[in-house]
Design a protein around this ligand. Structure first.
Ligand code: FES
Length: 559
């Protein structure tokens, strides 16, 4: 490639001292001078970390990417960024998604690279890298790390997240011993890779593929499978040509591409967190997208993928059945098949003719898991800017439900009370939890799946309606209304709900209504007092001052 066309030429191909010294400093790593003869420099943006088990194998994946880059005539240079380990990062990884996105963006912007390969996996790492790379807007391709192997407990396959929560609840109810729980702890997550249900990580990997940012078939390959390294190698090969073609994220991330991603999100029964991340990604790409788009498209798209928590299987079976290409193939009449992808070809060209190997795992259009997509957008007097319900993971008998409310003022309040033998709740009670939104918790944690109170568990109750301004793990399930906006901590109407009020959830009508008069609601809202800020310095202060609400994607207002 002509050196003058390369972005990296601005660092290396200049006559002054720094042109010389940058070459000398890079050669200190043992490279020969041939790397400056017009080869594109490809950054490998690696979110590897031992504090993030889901991404712990990404150094091996990076080596495969490098092989592909060298083979295609590029020069690969790997660099680290922040890594967000969902299980370990406190108070919640979502507090840091925007920080990681800034790290990725500024690393790309500040360093000499002509294209970038994004290595991600765990929940927030995929949207954070895409957000940052979109803002930097140089040619970029995503390689997700793939799901971990299915858990195996005795004769049962179990999925990290979804089954873990169910089994833990059995232990809480005294139906599993301490020893059995310990045994499960050792076999539920059997390898590196992200959670193996259709949680947020699998969802975002699938959507990165559907939106056109990965090679076809990337999302579902298990993390330890040799084909994961092969697709990484091919991605490394492909990014070199993408530099020549100037195939940047903003050329791929069009309104049509986002509509495709939403439709596939519905078809896979994707995580509710995808709503927040897609909204943020769209804003980075300058594409208008709103919660209403999710609702309109969710009514058009059936749920086809029979993977937990909406269905029965795990990501390994989804991969064996054909993965995302089959879902795209089955949805093509609803999709914008002409959307451009990282292959340089269209979505339809990439996926037409994909073969399905199990019509039970990936259902045909004539036999969907449900007729409507997984994510319903609700509105009402306690959620004027919207709320989200994953209806495919909810209980059918609670989809239209009126009940008396029991309010927890905070997550801590809920933890103190949830196992109380005197908790005044029954199977019709609606549990409401406040102060769990972007600013209230802070950081918008995944606390929305309020555990079933012990008094109800002991009576065999498996689900009740739960409402909060929190998020929920994509691996979770139940009739759980989330992302209520505006959040209670900034005076959203959820703050006005009191124990003993009545609320109606009507999912088919997309409604969430508190049964008090407008005057009474206004009186209660007028009495609202904002809590003191959680942070008065540092990144936390920046977050509190600039994070947007859930219906806008929770990105910073200045990004
Ligand atoms: Fe990383 Fe589940 S903890 S994807």
């Amino acid at each position: 490639m002509a050196k003058s066309k390369l972005r990296s030429a601005a660092w290396f191909d200049t006559p002054e001292y720094y042109g010389f010294s940058r070459k000398a400093w890079l050669r200190s790593e043992g490279f020969g001078r041939h790397i400056f003869d017009g080869k594109p420099i490809i950054g490998i943006c690696n979110s590897w970390s031992e504090l993030n088990n889901c991404n712990a194998h990404l150094r091996t994946v990076a080596e495969a990417v490098k092989r592909g880059v060298w083979a295609a005539g590029g020069v690969p240079l790997e660099f680290p960024t922040m890594s967000l380990g969902e299980m370990f990062l406190r108070p919640t990884s979502m507090l840091y998604r925007n920080l990681m996105a800034m790290d990725v963006e500024e690393s790309i912007r500040g360093y000499p690279m002509d294209g970038v390969v994004l290595l991600c996996g765990c929940d927030k790492t995929t949207p954070a890298q895409i957000m940052g790379a979109t803002s930097a807007d140089i040619p970029a391709i995503v390689v997700t790390g793939g799901p971990m192997l299915s858990g195996q407990w005795r004769d049962r396959k179990i999925g990290a997240g979804t089954d873990g929560r169910k089994l833990f609840d059995l232990h809480r109810a005294g139906k599993l011993t301490d020893d059995e729980l310990c045994e499960i702890e050792g076999c539920i997550a059997r390898s590196a890779g992200h959670c193996t249900v259709m949680g947020t990580a699998s969802t975002m990997a699938s959507l990165a593929e559907a939106i056109g940012l990965t090679l076809p078939g990337c999302a579902a390959i298990p993390a330890p499978d040799s084909r994961r390294l092969e697709i990484a190698e091919r991605s490394g090969y492909r990014i070199v040509a993408m530099v020549e073609e100037d195939l940047r994220p903003t050329r791929i991330l069009t309104r049509q591409a986002f509509e495709n991603a939403i439709l596939i999100d519905m078809a896979i029964g994707g995580s509710t967190n995808a709503v927040v991340h897609l909204l943020a990604m769209a804003r980075r790409a300058g594409v208008p997208l709103s919660l209403d788009d999710f609702d309109v498209l969710s009514r058009k798209a059936p749920c086809l993928v029979n993977v937990k928590p909406s269905g029965e299987y795990l990501m390994e079976e989804f991969f064996a059945a054909g993965g995302v290409p089959v879902v795209i193939e089955r949805m093509l009449d609803l999709l914008h098949g002409d959307a451009l992808t990282v292959t340089g070809k269209t979505l339809a060209e990439n996926n037409s003719g994909a073969q399905c190997w199990s019509d039970d795992v990936i259902r045909p259009r004539g036999n969907p898991l449900s007729d409507e997509g997984g994510t319903a957008i609700l509105r009402g007097n306690i959620a004027p800017d919207g709320a989200v319900l994953k209806q495919t993971a909810a209980s059918p008998h609670l989809m239209r439900h009126r009940g008396k409310v029991y309010v927890f003022d905070s997550y801590q309040h809920m933890r103190e009370q949830i196992d109380s033998p005197d908790l005044p709740v029954d199977e019709n009670t609606i549990l409401v939890m406040k102060s769990c939104g972007p600013k209230g918790a802070p950081g918008f944690p995944e606390w929305g799946q309020i555990p079933i109170p012990r008094v109800l568990l002991e009576r065999g109750v498996k689900d009740v309606v739960r409402i909060s301004d929190a998020r929920m793990s994509g691996t979770s399930f139940g009739t759980v209304v989330l992302h209520v906006a505006p959040e209670s901590a900034i005076g959203g109407p959820l703050a006005a709900v009191r124990t003993g009020d009545e609320v109606t959830l009507d999912a088919p009508a997309r409604s969430l209504q508190l049964h008090i008069s407008d005057e009474e609601l206004a009186t209660r809202m007028a009495a609202f007092q904002a809590p003191p800020p959680h942070f008065t310095r540092g990144y936390g202060k920046l977050f509190l001052e600039h994070v947007t609400q859930a219906n806008l994607g929770c990105d910073f207002d200045f990004l």
